[in-house]
Design a protein around this ligand. Structure first.
Ligand code: NAD
Length: 495
């Protein structure tokens, strides 16, 4: 095995490093004078640091360093088994490089692109032997990101996919075979988390700090959607959103909202520009953001009526210093743990007094933070009293405007639904969709696992209420989810 890498930029260097530490002899070429050698210097320094930290033994580091070579031209790739291209994201440039490589390498050599947004079919279009063209999509920073998507173009042969999977494993990565499609797997699946958060912000249901706090503290995500977008960069994630949305013929499930465009146009790209949704100081600390918590100065409610026979609400309020009255007395706050509905629809359907209704989200972890929601025209005294009651237990309170599915149900149902849709259209094996989303985006659970954890029927209920209340196709459940929920099957059940 001999690997060639074209492009010694951020990604090329990472690919070269994991190849060498995986025992693969690697040659790197860059069109810019001295760039290949400079890139290798960086790689050598990183490998030496790994040895200093004890992550590699001295022998392992020495062996890896011996496998690193700069190529003077593409001609040096004549006897490469595999060449991975990692130059600028430009279709004409990539097609031209693949054309040159076809004239240089042997007939059975494999040519792979690390493109993040171009279709492999588009790159292969100009090639003579399309069955050996594939994608090998690494994530940044490569040495830290275990996932590699092996992209199977429409004409890629199964043998080529198998060799690239083996190579990925040799490089210490976790390869997942993915269909050639807009955004491949992770950049497609990641749309739901960002775009639904943007949508909630756009509708003024909640602020960005509120949304981030709920997703981190109640749903186990390491970063909130706005924190994550600021980290990856709005200059990257806004165009990716548009590529995926347009690539899927403007499926409303994938649509982003105006706040995303607004950040992009303002050049507020996130950490890299010092300002995105949040403002960062020189040390990278987010300056004190708007407060996510509602602080009530009212006395805790002494009496509440729980409108819906709901074990979760009874279990939550039961131990608190508050009397739970069995019937509405016409004056106490009415609490309801809603699933997918907003306060307005619920009050209208059940005929209760919307002014005294305080909805609570108990579909996520309420141990640190609790989300409360009221309808337009709600009496502030009731929500303040319920908020004070919740706060008396030491929990933070997030108070939001009326919305089907609060924050957590909405975003998690959309993440789960998009994962199900990716399974439906065969982006990858269902288990691999979960694996890739956990490794590529640090999600606590993959999207199908999330559907299973929330319960298929509850996930369907949230989506159906969202679709009915907003009247939007954005929330239509994937047939993958709908069928498995209807038949009572585990979500990973194959077709
Ligand atoms: P980069 O700008 O850091 O590096 C690109 C390198 O390619 C530069 O060193 C440049 O001199 C070299 N180059 C340009 N034209 C060349 C040519 N004709 N021949 C040889 N070398 C040439 O870019 P990057 O961030 O490493 O991205 C490279 C590819 O990887 C892109 O397709 C990008 O979409 C993809 N990708 C990037 C990321 C990321 O987060 N940066 C993640 C996944 C995939």
């Amino acid at each position: 095995m001999k690997l060639g890498v074209v492009g010694a930029g951020a990604m090329g260097q990472g690919i070269v490093q994991v190849a060498a530490t995986g025992g693969v002899p690697v040659f790197v070429f860059d069109a810019m004078d001295g760039a290949a050698e400079r890139g290798l210097e960086q790689v050598r320094a990183r490998i030496s640091r790994l040895a200093e930290k004890g992550r590699l033994t001295g022998d392992e580091a020495g062996a890896a360093l011996d496998l690193l070579h700069a190529a003077a031209s593409l001609e040096d790739f004549a006897d490469c088994t595999v060449v991975i291209e990692a130059v600028f994201e430009d279709l004409d440039l990539k097609q031209s490089i693949f054309g040159q490589l076809e004239d240089i390498v042997s007939d059975d050599a494999i040519l792979a692109s690390n493109t993040s947004s171009l279709l492999i079919a588009s790159i292969a279009k100009s090639c003579r032997r399309r069955e050996r063209i594939a994608g090998m999509h690494f994530f940044n920073p490569v040495p830290l990101m275990k996932l590699v998507e092996v992209i199977r173009g429409p004409e890629t042969s199964p043998d080529v996919v198998a060799v690239l999977n083996d190579l990925g494993r040799r490089m210490g990565r976790e390869p997942v075979t993915v269909k050639d499609a807009p955004g491949f797997l992770v950049n497609h699946g990641g749309r739901a988390y960002t775009t639904e958060a943007m949508r909630i912000l756009h509708e003024q249901v909640a602020t960005a700090p509120q949304i981030d706090a709920v997703m981190r503290e109640c749903c186990g995500f390491r970063m909130g959607p706005f924190e994550l977008a600021d980290l990856t960069g709005i200059d990257v994630n806004y165009p990716v959103s548009q590529i995926v949305y347009n690539g899927y013929n403007q499926d409303p499930r994938l649509k982003t909202s105006f706040p995303h465009l607004s950040l992009y146009e303002a050049g507020r790209f996130g950490r890299k520009t010092g300002q995105g949704t949040y403002t960062y100081d020189e040390s990278g600390q987010a300056a004190s953001a708007e407060k996510a918590d509602f602080v009530s100065d009212a006395n805790p409610a002494g009496k509440i009526h729980i409108d819906r026979t709901d074990d979760a609400a009874e279990a939550f309020f039961g131990p608190l210093e508050c009397q739970i009255i069995p019937d509405d007395d016409g004056q106490s706050p009415i609490v309801a743990a809603l699933l997918g509905e907003d306060c307005t629809a619920y009050a209208w359907r059940s005929g209760i007094d919307h002014r005294r209704l305080v909805a609570i989200d108990l579909q996520c972890d309420p141990s640190k933070r609790v989300t409360l929601m009221t309808a337009p025209g709600a009496d502030p005294a009731h929500r303040s009293a319920v908020a004070a009651l919740v706060a008396s237990t030491g929990r933070a309170v997030t108070l939001i405007h009326d919305s089907p599915g609060f924050i957590s149900q909405r975003i998690r149902a959309m993440v789960a639904n998009l994962g199900c849709e990716m399974a439906q259209i065969g982006i990858a094996e269902p288990e691999n969709i979960d694996l890739a989303m956990r490794l590529g985006l640090n999600y606590p659970l993959g999207p199908l696992e999330l559907a299973e954890e929330l319960g298929l029927s509850d996930t369907m209920t949230v989506l159906e209420h969202l679709q009915a209340i907003t009247g939007e196709d954005r929330y239509r459940p994937s047939l993958w989810l709908k069928r498995r929920a209807a038949l009572g099957l585990p979500i990973h059940t194959a077709d």
